[in-house]
Design a binder for this molecule. Structure first.
Ligand code: IMP
Length: 195
């Protein structure tokens, strides 16, 4: 195994670049395409940490490289954790973010208990050992969308301690408190300490 290599299990070069910069630029990252992987990674465990582990295990077992995979979802308490692992395509409408949000708002109609959280799980295989990192941000689901920034469920999610949704924040403000940023910071601290 080439221990200087670290592969992020994503086929999206923009996502790879973004995560690379969040790792402080200290660690060059390779994406799936860089290692010749064009496979659709399995995501069938039914949980966010489970899917992160499943994807990272697939890359590790197939390519024997240091690698990590992430998975993110919105967990709404009144919906028993939905959309959770199905966040990307909750409305079964070709990953349409608008349709996903409208479905959430419809299911939440008349419900007062609106607590929710975003969860990002990252599973890392580092020198053959598996490590799990999690970033969580607590908040609540609003009655209607607000704001035009961000993506996905951002317009209906108001993080705890703020009077604005993620979609009403600029990117740097969201990145300072987001689930994804927290999980990546844990990953960064781990690999900087070990390398
Ligand atoms: P992924 O695992 O990063 O692809 O995220 C899965 C789905 O969760 C996305 O398609 C979005 O619907 C939702 N999601 C993930 N991160 C965010 C976020 O930061 N804001 C809003 N929605 C998000």
């Amino acid at each position: 195994m080439n221990t200087n290599q670290l592969v992020f299990a994503s086929a999206n070069p923009n996502k790879v670049k973004e995560v690379e910069s969040k790792l402080g630029g200290a660690f060059p990252l390779l994406g799936l395409l860089d290692i010749g992987c064009h496979d659709e990674l399995p995501e069938t465990t039914g949980t966010i940490p489970g899917n992160a582990q499943q994807k990272a295990s697939y890359v590790f077992n197939t390519y024997n490289v240091n690698c990590f995979a992430d998975d993110t979802g919105l967990e709404i308490d009144a919906l028993l954790g939905e959309p959770g692992v199905n966040s990307a395509d909750y409305a079964l409408a070709n990953r349409n973010a608008e349709a996903n949000m409208l479905l959430v708002l419809k299911k939440m109609q008349g419900i007062e208990q609106r607590t929710a959280r975003f969860r990002t799980s990252i599973c890392l295989f580092w020198n053959g050992e598996k490590h799990l990192f999690e970033g969580v941000v607590e908040g609540q689901i609003l009655l209607a969308p607000a704001g035009s920034g961000g993506f996905g469920y951002d317009p209906i999610f108001q993080p705890l301690g703020f009077e604005r949704t993620f979609a009403q924040m600029d990117m740097s403000e969201k990145n300072a408190i987001s689930h994804r940023a927290k999980a990546i910071a844990l990953l960064r601290d781990f690999i900087l300490n070990r390398s």
